[in-house]
Design a protein. Structure first.
Length: 94
């Protein structure tokens, strides 16, 4: 979790099946701010660990970014520093 936000890498496409929709909102990346936060966290992880997975994700960002889910507890929505979406400010799924 980063500031009330969780990011889940879902290369297999099964994450949505396991989300508790009563307690969280979730969507694919829809905000330049939150995409940068995620990319920065992965970059920091790569610099500190030399993780091959992090390197692969960063080097193929345009293909890998759409595989992430952005998940936020409903009670944290009002406390987020930035909206979840650049267009509506709200989550796609709740």
């Amino acid at each position: 979790m980063t500031g009330g936000m969780a990011f889940v890498y879902d290369a297999g496409g099964h994450c949505e099946e396991h989300i508790n929709k009563e307690s969280v909102v979730y969507q694919r990346l829809a905000s330049a701010h939150w995409e940068k936060v995620l990319k920065d966290v992965i970059g920091e992880h790569w610099r500190e660990t030399a993780s091959p997975r992090a390197e692969t994700i960063l080097s193929g960002w345009e293909f890998e970014a759409p595989k992430f889910w952005q998940i936020c507890p409903k009670e944290m929505l009002e406390r987020l520093e930035m909206p979840l979406s650049d267009t509506t400010g709200q989550a796609v799924r709740a």
